[in-house]
Design a protein around this ligand. Structure first.
Ligand code: GTP
Ligand code: MG
Length: 245
């Protein structure tokens, strides 16, 4: 799972897809900047790590590159369980590999992790003359199933870094959502989460639209409620103890 803390995120990422789709090649392009014309088929799974530093955070990826051969299928849950992101890869010169990718998507949907970030990737975009799966077909399927979609080439590096940066952006957005803006507690009153003041301040400065106005109003209402709750708890405290500040 992705863990956010001090803007360091560690995320498990898994690649799934038919044999020969280019999973290992995509990872090697991303991690080592290499491409091998005769990449060996993966046995079981391979593990890689890579760190991406952005302005907002540093993300350490634990990448599981699974084997596409059917005989390794039963191992896959071990690798996708607990993953923050899954990349389902197909070879756009093979309709069979697209069908296989759809089966992976179904399997991931069935295992039911609503927070899993899923990407559908059509690899080998450099082989356009041999294309069997049209861009629109992949894009349409991804849209219908709530996945992000990209066409890549591990050979030319087209969209490879973009894929991983896109995953990071999604992870950061999810990590931000996981941090509560405002916590209201009957006993302790109101507290603002670490992002709250930053968030409202940002809207105050940059946004002139209605979202700003609503956020700003909400912020002030909450500040007011916070003051009232402090007063109440102080009064309660005074009535219970004589020596109360
Ligand atoms: P398994 O490990 O068997 O599941 O396959 P895989 O999905 O890891 O595929 P792999 O990366 O081994 O690539 C299979 C073959 O396709 C290799 O010969 C690669 O050189 C080639 N290949 C991978 N990506 C591309 C690409 O973007 N363009 C072209 N032209 N060839 C590619
Ligand atoms: Mg492989």
């Amino acid at each position: 799972m992705a863990r956010a803390g001090n803007k360091n995120i560690q995320a498990k990422l898994v690649l799934l897809g038919d044999m020969g789709a280019g999973k290992t090649s995509l990872v090697l392009r991303f991690v080592k900047g290499q491409f091998h014309e005769y990449q060996e088929s993966t046995i079981g799974a391979a593990f890689f790590t890579q760190v991406l530093s952005l302005n907002e955070a540093t993300v350490k990826f634990d990448i599981w590159d699974t084997a596409g051969q059917e005989r390794y299928h039963s191992l896959a849950p071990m690798y996708y369980r607990g993953a923050a992101a899954a990349v389902v890869v197909y070879d756009l010169t093979s309709m069979d590999s697209f069908q296989r990718a759809k089966k992976w998507v179904l399997e991931l949907q069935r295992q039911g992790n609503p927070k899993l970030i899923m990407f559908l990737v059509a690899n080998k975009a450099d082989l356009d003359e041999k294309r069997q799966v049209q861009n629109e077909e992949g894009e349409q399927y991804a849209k219908e199933n709530g996945l992000s979609f990209l066409e890549t080439s591990a050979k030319t590096a087209q969209n490879v870094n973009e894929l991983f940066y896109e995953i990071v952006r999604k992870l950061l957005r999810m990590a931000a959502v996981d941090v509560p803006l405002v916590v209201v507690d009957v006993e302790d009153g109101i507290s603002f989460g670490p992002l709250a003041r930053e968030y409202f301040h940002m809207y105050t400065i940059f946004s002139a639209d209605k979202t700003f106005s609503y956020s700003f109003q909400l912020y002030h209402i909450l500040l007011h409620v916070e003051r009232v709750m402090k007063l109440i708890s102080n009064e309660k405290c005074c009535s219970e103890n004589d020596h109360c500040s």
